[in-house]
Write a protein that binds this ligand. Sequence first.
Ligand code: ZN
Length: 402
Amino acid sequence: MFVGVGASRVRDLFEQGRKNAPCIIFIDELDAVGRSRGAGYGGGHDEREQTLNQMLVEMDGFDTTEAVIIMAATNRPDVLDPALLRPGRFDRQVIIDLPDVAGREGILKIHARKVKLDVAAELSNIARGTPGFSGADLANLINEAALLTGRRNKLIISMSELEEAKDKVMMGPERRSMIISESEKKNTAFHEAGHALVSLLTPQADFLHKVSIIPRGRALGLTQSLPDDGSHTMSKNELEARLRVLMAGRVAEEIFIGDYSNGAANDIERATRIARAMVCEWGMSSLGPVAYGQKEEPIFIGKEIARHKDYSEEKARSIDDEVDKIILSAYADVKKLLTREKNRLKRLAEALLEKEVMNSHEIGTLLGIKIKEQEDLRKTASPFKSTVPAEESPAAPVTEKI
Ligand code: ZN
């Protein structure tokens, strides 16, 4: 990085590169010097521009016979100065996606080499529960687990520290000291019990992992599930199952508390996004397999995906109707299910109030639901997978906030 080093250091760097050819010059965090000129970001503006200009000059100075390759990395390709990306400069872009489940397990293994890990620790399980995590997040997770192990005066990191570290990285630290009123706690318990129970009773829902009503970050409680296999494809049935699980928190509150809290905002937002994609992108409504609202594909990641409306006002109304229909039908199904399962729901909420955290097996035992059955049911019930683009996949981290 060149920040605070200036144009002369750039000259030196490229000079050295020429002397040591063949070689690769690698610049990390390119956006630190490579932001669009004249955009007026913060201080040190002039110096940064000079550094950038020097870099452009140096890159133009290379000819193809010089065996020097210049590579750079950035998380913000969208803010780079266009001059950097012209032919002969950084003219090839390789987009590195967030790691998939196998990638996450591999990354965890690499970072786990530096620490002492319990032989029983299942990194594959942690990998499944961390969709959307970057390599840096996963490194942080192992680091947090090591710190936690030290604080507990233990020498070997076990699954419990890994789990705790995962939650901390994902949701922020536990806030056991946060003062919550009894009624808020009760509300949270019923809300999360709703998510958990519907998830267990819906064959095609993601596997339930655990439920907690300990406040964490900004959330009062959470229900975590482990998405199937990290694949970015989901069938209509699976999406509908996910909608039902999302609706379940609100429905449980409604049945038992007789009132709504604003805690379901995140659930509602996510459900609406899924339903809209089902109608507009994945052809999963009565409007048929037509895409509405063409996306203008961004050249680089990081830029907002712009959509332009390519349908009539009349069609817009039909789309809205279809989205409503999908959500309201999931809502009605869940209401029927949870009304029928009122006793189990109450038992689970009461157990949560007492224990605060329960995993799927504890819940299964309490309610007499065999977890294994859910797995088997799921396998047989999902003979195909539809294609859902990775970026838009609703298979994002399944962490319910209340
Ligand atoms: Zn919720």
